[in-house]
Write a protein that binds this ligand. Structure first.
Ligand code: DI6
Ligand code: FE
Length: 408
């Protein structure tokens, strides 16, 4: 391997936030080197080891600026057709999200548009959204299905998600969200729908290599605990990790259900009670906080952040980017909202989109800077790590590397 390899490199004069230990893990006047997409060395730059010396000629000079792990957006619904600006207007005139949903709008509106779109249409709409997230430092992106609700349509969405990863050069993790809304052709046949998803869709999509995990919308306007449980049993049998939209609009005890299945994350959690928090702590389930939808729906119940802290439940933050409840294309703005609305510290917010977000996807090879980890790195126009949560929007990333390859 020589210095011209595209997945080898060196950054010098950096302020590294390694996210090792319990906090930022800051290392000033540091260098970081990588080869074949993996970090090979980091440390005081005057100690650059001999095998990395050849990288000096093409090294990037950070001039003291901050370098963090690539950010991880671990909860998005990025692939869909159309938009729901009309519902935004309706809500501002007083209609509730639930009422719009019950009147046939909401998720079903996006389902109709997504069914009508072909794979290329979906890709064309989704690519700029993914690029916006990447511009803001994202190198790993989770994308859920759930807006087609037919077997072929869900496969179409998941293929688009995979293609986004390849085209942009980031790592896309895919999740089946077939239990998002009951498709109209299954009206009055809920049990049959859940059965079909569990016994036919799930094994088929898994065999196609289209799935990294399984999710459900466990809500009064979505699917019940019992329906979700059947899905989780089927997913667990296939060895697929589970996660859950839990306790967002109502407390169906989704967090406890997620914990019962050792879910990698339980997401939203505005209505989660003490028993849910305790169950998550025992199971090691990550609390995925989604302030974008809290903000958009003008929720007033806060997720139990202090209880998560006290119980030692890891907190992650994601955009929940979707056309209905979180049209938010910046993970850093989600960090800012998590601080301002949910009282996370900027340090908690950075851990929430790096090491904890990696855990929320079941990934051990990223989210921190250490030898052997993926060389997913962002060089920021910032010195203090708190700046990543402090600025609202703006172009803060200077250079982004995914598996050692420069994206921007
Ligand atoms: N995630 C979801 O899946 C739902 N809410 C959320 O935060 C619904 C998304 C939508 O309205 O399209
Ligand atoms: Fe969501």
């Amino acid at each position: 391997m020589n210095s011209t390899s595209t997945d080898s490199g060196l950054i010098v004069h950096a302020r590294l936030a390694t996210i090792k230990g319990r906090g930022y893990g800051l290392l000033d006047d540091a260098g970081i080197a990588w080869q074949d997409g993996r970090i090979t060395w980091l440390g005081p730059e005057d100690q650059l080891p001999e095998p990395c010396q050849h990288l000096r000629a093409s090294a990037l000079d950070a001039r003291g600026a901050l370098v963090t792990p690539g950010l991880i957006d671990a909860h998005t619904h990025l692939v869909f057709a159309g938009n729901r600006a009309n519902e935004f207007e309706q809500r501002l005139e007083g209609a509730s999200y639930q009422a719009i949903s019950q009147a046939g709008g909401g998720i079903m509106g996006t389902v109709r548009a997504t069914r009508a779109a072909d794979e290329e249409d979906l890709l064309t709409a989704a690519l700029p959204r993914a690029r916006a997230l990447v511009t803001d430092g994202v190198t790993t992106l989770e994308i859920k299905s759930g807006y087609a609700l037919t077997l072929d349509g869900e496969a179409k969405m998941l293929r688009v998600a995979r293609r986004i990863g390849k085209l942009i050069g980031i790592d896309v993790r895919t999740t089946l969200l077939a239990l998002h809304a009951l498709p109209p052709e299954y009206q009055g046949r809920r049990t049959e729908y859940v059965d079909d998803v569990c016994t036919r869709w799930l094994p088929y999509l898994h065999a196609q290599g289209l799935l990294d995990g399984v999710d459900a919308f466990c809500e009064e306007i979505g699917f019940s605990v019992e329906e979700t449980r059947r899905l989780f049993i089927a997913a667990t049998k296939l060895g697929l990790p589970v996660k859950l939209h839990a306790d967002q609009l109502s407390n169906l005890h989704g967090a406890a259900l997620a914990a019962e299945f050792n879910a990698i994350s339980a997401d939203h959690l505005e209505c989660t009670d003490d028993a849910g928090v305790a169950a998550m702590a025992v199971a090691g389930t990550t609390a995925m906080l989604l302030p974008g939808s809290y903000y958009t729906l003008r929720e007033t119940r806060l997720p139990p952040v202090a209880a998560f802290r006290a119980a030692g439940v890891r907190m992650a933050v994601a955009t929940d980017f979707n056309p209905g409840t979180s049209p938010l294309l910046s993970l850093r703005v989600a960090m800012n909202m998590a601080c301002t609305l949910f009282n996370l510290t900027p340090q908690e917010a950075l851990l929430a989109v790096t090491v904890h977000a990696a855990q929320a996807l079941g990934l051990k090879d990223r989210g921190q800077l250490a030898p052997g980890m993926r060389a997913d790195l962002v060089l920021w126009r910032a010195h203090a790590p708190a700046e990543l949560s402090y600025w609202i929007g703006g172009a803060q990333s200077e250079a982004t590397f995914c598996a050692g390859v420069r994206l921007s």
